[in-house]
Structure formats: structure tokens, C-alpha cells
Design a protein around this ligand. Structure first.
Ligand code: ADP
Length: 410
């Protein structure tokens, strides 16, 4: 798979793919026509159900908003199907359902046709992703009942990182933890990294398997991924999505002895520490705000804590860029994506400041220009092209689903 057009041609016969992303109380969905020349998000072909199980749930389908109670995912999905029937577009061309699944463990490194055994395996992986896999599975179960005749494909967030070599995925811990307990780096945001790294190669006009990129997926969660010739070779998240970069509410890297220290000196227990590192750390912990826009406002008002928080955020990012530069040996492009990466010029400038000796810099005017389009923000003569590429995980899931159903590509 090297190009969008080629993919659409090969997988177009699958027709439409309905992509489902089920959370613990939500279902996000999008209908994607793989036969279309550019299967874009029109804003009318998808939506979401939120607050499933609460007193009032919400369904937003295209521009339509319905408030009603949906007791469980079954009722939520039925409401989605009813909305397609009432407001369109029609679902009669659907050839496959693509499901986002967060954790595929060591086993699932490809898009996988779902049967009862695969369902069980996803369930067994729940200890690695206790918040996500059970929720993803709920969506799979109700969708398989609603569309029993269609192929259902699981696309795993971890799968793209299945190519990370042993030296980069292995922790220096007792071997039985690795062998018996699944302790290793898995990585996340893989679907996004796959999508934007391929788009980056297209934008450079070069074959995907010849291009080295560093993908910076900066949203609420944030990760850096080193991609060599279309294959992930390292990523900053690890066994869980807590590792690596500073995030909205997650600490990213800390000394692994920190939990033991907090337990010893403050009597905190492990669930309490885990909760604090995941939900009360990162930008929120340091500055009191987790949204970058808020943190920058605080910085501009002279808030010292916010200033320090951004210094830490930027320093960590530059550290990972340097590490992955060393891992790749040669970098063709740095790719910024997700909420912060796509929209926040100041954070992009911070991430690459001081790296001009590595050939990495942004052109201030290009970087500051607002756009929803993929674009180059480095100077024309830059050694490393710095790109902003809006991510599209649903389209990537649809594409991988269609490719899996269509079989091996010619
Ligand atoms: P998620 O990780 O939940 O998918 P997103 O990729 O949507 O998150 O990113 C959400 C974050 O993006 C917000 O918390 C905010 O910090 C940031 N963000 C969104 N829009 C902007 C903007 N215009 N400027 C700066 N930051 C933004």
C-alpha cells in the first residue's frame, strides 16, 4: 500500500466501511466510501453517541442532535442505525465494519477478522488496557449482532508498533516479567502514526518504504514515533500510554522508583499514585490547566508555573526528537499531528527550537499560517522537512479494514 489512489482502487470493491470506535459510555462512528476518489469526512457521514447508560444520552448524527436515554451500547447502536435510516446516508452499500481496538498485545499486529476466538483474545488482553479493551469489545459484540452477515475487522492502536525491534521494545527487567507477564513496550496511537507517516511520504513525493519520519502525535495524549521506511522502529509510549512525552494530564517519563518513594514517604497506595500520574499530572499537574490554549494564556499573563510547564513540555519533545534522530540515523520529515500538533504553531516552534544544527527548523510565517490542509512549515532549503498533517484515524481504520477484507493486494 503506497498511495491513496492505489488503495481506493484495490479496496473500492468492498464498498462502504462503517468504522466504530466504542468507548466505555460512547460510540463514535463514520461511514466511509472506499470507492470514492477521496473518501473525506463530509461531516454528514458520521457522528457519536455519548453518555450511554446515564439519565440522558446524546446522539449527534451529522448536524442532527437527539437527546434520549440509551441504556446500553445495544440501544446506542440501534439509535445510530435508526439515524442513518432517517437522515441518511443509506447504509445499504456497507461491505465491512471496522472496529478500533486499543490493545492487541503481542499477538495482533495486523488488522484481524473478528470471530468468537478473537473476541475472547481481546477480552484476555483487558489487563493491559482495562479502560479501553472491554469498552471496545462491547461495541464489537453489539455490532456483530446487528450485522451478522458482514465481516468485522479489528484495527489495533498497538499494531503499527509490532515492527519495533527487540532492543527497543524490551525493558531491562527480570526476563520472566517479559516472558510470562507480557511486560514490554507496545506503544499506542499506531493508527494515526501509520496514516500521517504515509501521507508525509506522499507529500514528499517519495515511496513510503524509502522515507524516515518522526511522528509527533500531540493531543490530550501525546507520543513520538520513529518510522523507518513505513515501519515503526520506536515509540515513546510503553506498556501503557503513561510513558514518554508530557501530556495534558499524564506525567510521561518519571523515575520508575517514584511510586515506591511516594508510598514510603507519603503512605500513598498504588491505585492512588496511578490515578495521580494519569489524571492529575502533566500540564494539569504543573500549571493547573491541561488544554494547551489555557496553558499559553497563563504563560502570557506571567504565570511562572505555566511557563515552567511549557519549558518541560518542549524540553521533553526535543529530547525525543534527538533520540529518534539517533535511532533513525537519517530523518526526512518531522510530522506534527492531532489537536496540538495541527493547531498550535507556538508549540511546534518550541518543539524544534535549537535543533537547526540537525537540519530541523520551522519557517515562522509558514508555521503561523492557519490551515486544515497538510502542509510544509519548514523553509524550502531545510534538510529535514517539517510537516503538519491532520490525522484521520477513521479513514485509516476503514482502509485497513477494506484491505483485510479484499485480501492480499495485487
Ligand atoms: P485526543 O488526544 O483526546 O484525541 P485531540 O487530538 O483532539 O485529543 O487534542 C486535544 C487537545 O488539542 C486539546 O486539549 C488542546 O490542548 C489542543 N488543541 C486543540 N485545538 C487547539 C488550538 N487551536 N490551539 C492549541 N491547542 C489546541
Amino acid at each position: 500500500m503506497t498511495g491513496q489512489d492505489g488503495d481506493a482502487g484495490d479496496t473500492g470493491r468492498v464498498g462502504q466501511v462503517l468504522v466504530l470506535n466504542s468507548g466505555s459510555s460512547s460510540i463514535k462512528y463514520r461511514l466511509i466510501d472506499m470507492g470514492a476518489a477521496s473518501p473525506a469526512d463530509t461531516g454528514k457521514n458520521g457522528g457519536l453517541v455519548e453518555r450511554i447508560g446515564e439519565e440522558t444520552s446524546v446522539l449527534v448524527h451529522g448536524g442532527v442532535r437527539v437527546e434520549r436515554r440509551f441504556a446500553d451500547h445495544e440501544e446506542g447502536l440501534q439509535a445510530v442505525l435508526a439515524a442513518f435510516a432517517e437522515y441518511g446516508p443509506p447504509l445499504d452499500g456497507v461491505g465491512a465494519i471496522g472496529h478500533r481496538v486499543v490493545h492487541g498485545g503481542s499477538r495482533f499486529v495486523e488488522p484481524t477478522l473478528i470471530d468468537d476466538e478473537v473476541e475472547r483474545a481481546i477480552e484476555e488482553l483487558a489487563p493491559l488496557a482495562p479502560l479501553h479493551n472491554p469498552a471496545n469489545l462491547k461495541g464489537i459484540r453489539v455490532a456483530r449482532r446487528a450485522f451478522p452477515g458482514l465481516p468485522h475487522v479489528a484495527v489495533f492502536d498497538t499494531a503499527f508498533h509490532g515492527t519495533i525491534p527487540p532492543h527497543a521494545r524490551t525493558y531491562a527487567v527480570p526476563r520472566e516479567w517479559t516472558e510470562k507477564l507480557g511486560v514490554r513496550r507496545y506503544g499506542f496511537h499506531g493508527t494515526s502514526a501509520a496514516y500521517v507517516s504515509r501521507r508525509a511520504a506522499e507529500l514528499l513525493g517519495r515511496p513510503y518504504d524509502e522515507v524516515n519520519t518522526i511522528v509527533l502525535h500531540l493531543g490530550n495524549g501525546a507520543s513520538a514515533t520513529a518510522v523507518r521506511g513505513g515501519r515503526s522502529v520506536d515509540t515513546s509510549m510503553g506498556l501503557t500510554p503513561l510513558a514518554g512525552l508530557v501530556m495534558g494530564t499524564r506525567s510521561g517519563d518519571v523515575d520508575p522508583a517514584l511510586p515506591a518513594y511516594l508510598n514510603r514517604v507519603a503512605g500513598m497506595d498504588l491505585p492512588e499514585i496511578d490515578e495521580a500520574l494519569n489524571k492529575r499530572s502533566g500540564l494539569l499537574g504543573m500549571s493547573g490547566a491541561n488544554d494547551l490554549r489555557e496553558v499559553w494564556k497563563l504563560v502570557d499573563s506571567g504565570d511562572e508555573n505555566a511557563r515552567l510547564a511549557m519549558d518541560v513540555y518542549g524540553y521533553r519533545l526535543r529530547g525525543y526528537i534527538g533520540a529518534y534522530y539517533a535511532a533513525l540515523g537519517h530523518v526526512d520529515a518531522i510530522v506534527f499531528t492531532a489537536g496540538v500538533g495541527e493547531n498550535d504553531a507556538r508549540t511546534r516552534a518550541l518543539a524544534v527550537s535549537g535543533l537547526s544544527r540537525l537540519g530541523i527548523e520551522v519557517d515562522p510565517a509558514r508555521n503561523a499560517a492557519h490551515s486544515k490542509e497538510p502542509r510544509v512549515v519548514s523553509p524550502d532549503d531545510a534538510e529535514v522537512t517539517v510537516l503538519v498533517v491532520p490525522t484521520d484515524e477513521e479513514l485509516e481504520i476503514a482502509r485497513q479494514t477494506a484491505a483485510r477484507v479484499a485480501g492480499p493486494l495485487a
